[in-house]
Ligand binder design. Structure first.
Ligand code: TXA
Ligand code: MG
Length: 346
């Protein structure tokens, strides 16, 4: 068990030097980003990177994202930056977009799950950027949750999963975006979205001629996902979860009748719904994700809602689904994984 120092929100600046030193000494620091919290180590220290995998219980073949605060740091990590990638970087960094490049030989393969590509992003969060600057080296950081659990969007989630396994936890409050970054492979002729996030396909189309979803996201079941992380069950609450999507009236009608059925059976039911529909339900655990049109708010609250279901020990979660437009694509990707594809289209 490690001694974990928790840095409160109003004490961050005075602890940044120490945080950077911990990274340089091969330790682990959990820090906020605009998407979710990350568990960080020196990207070039193989032993330190190994301890990230151990702390999370993460499969070795699932590569990590490397975080940088300045574009010049790409020189240490990647063979070259394609022209198209330069445009994407100019437009979307810092921000919730991870780009895959061909890695330099010096980048450890333990970091990239044995692959020849490396995933890099520049987070849009002041604390994260200051930590990176203080550490003076790229930081490898997956989401700071036990593997398989929903990603953490506040420090309570982080403490629950990883207290005692890291040297420092920096409390930056609630994260803004709430779901992980878009992962974009730019090593191929066509750029491919391996994981949908807040930077959407139409955002990317403003600067790229050729961009498409990986077939696994585009829902071709015959194709295995190319991003190792996407093949694992993920974001899982403890309880069984059912998602209902489609015509608004049919969805709410079905959810109300399912709620009734499970309550009759004596189940502890949780409802994940929107502001406009909450009065239709009668369970003890009605969790409002946001207003029905406000997808960014719904994304922001999603993982917190799933974790709330764990802490109140519900038996079944009935959730609304959303249109796969804009960030709705990323929300549905996470709901699909959280429910083990238990989705009913109405
Ligand atoms: O928003 C985020 O991206 C957060 C914050 C902390 O930055 N990080 C995050 O990391 O979500 P993680 O490890 O939970 O997810 C990284 C995803 C995984 O699905 C992984 O398989 C994929 O990126 N990935 C990383 N490197 C890759 C590579 N070389 N090729 C294909 N997929 C890669
Ligand atoms: Mg993760």
């Amino acid at each position: 068990m490690k001694k974990t120092k928790i840095v409160k929100k109003n004490c961050i600046d005075e602890n940044l030097e120490l945080a950077g030193q911990i990274i340089r000494d091969g330790g682990l620091v959990i820090f906020p980003t605009e998407t979710v919290y990350g568990i960080g180590a020196d990207a070039f220290n193989e032993d330190a990177v190994k301890t990230i995998f151990e702390a999370k219980g993460r499969p070795q073949d699932n590569p990590l994202i490397v975080h940088i605060y300045d574009v010049s740091q790409l020189d240490e990590l990647v063979e070259r930056v394609p022209k198209a990638a330069k445009k994407v970087i100019d437009k979307f960094w810092p921000g919730p977009l991870t780009i895959l490049f061909n890695k330099k030989d010096t980048v450890p393969k333990s970091l990239t799950g044995g692959l020849n590509t490396v995933a890099v992003r520049m987070p849009d969060n002041e604390t994260a950027l200051k930590l990176l600057e203080s550490a003076k080296r790229p930081i490898a950081a997956p989401s700071a949750n036990i593997s398989g659990k929903p990603s953490p969007t506040n420090v309570d989630h982080v403490v629950l999963d990883l207290y005692g396994k890291v040297d420092m936890i920096i409390d930056g409050g609630d994260t803004n975006v709430g779901i992980e970054s878009t992962v974009l492979d730019m090593t191929t002729v066509k750029s491919v979205i391996l994981r949908p996030g807040a930077v959407t396909i139409s955002d990317l189309e403003t600067v790229l001629d050729n961009v498409e979803y990986d077939p696994s996201i585009a829902k071709d079941p015959s194709k295995a996902p190319r991003s190792p992380g996407q093949k694992y069950r993920h974001y899982c609450p403890d309880a069984e979860m059912k998602v209902f999507v489609g015509d608004e009236e049919k969805v709410t009608e079905k959810m109300v009748s399912e709620e009734e059925k499970y309550i009759d059976r004596g189940y502890n039911v949780a409802i994940l719904t929107v502001e406009e529909h909450k009065s239709l339900f009668k369970s003890e655990n009605i969790i409002v994700l946001g207003k029905k049109e406000d997808y960014p708010e719904i994304a922001k609250n999603l993982f917190k809602a799933l974790r709330e279901c764990d802490s109140t020990k519900v038996d079944i979660i009935l959730s609304e689904g959303f249109e796969e437009e804009g960030i709705g694509k990323a929300i549905m990707n996470r709901l699909e994984k959280a429910s083990g594809k238990n989705i009913e289209y109405l």
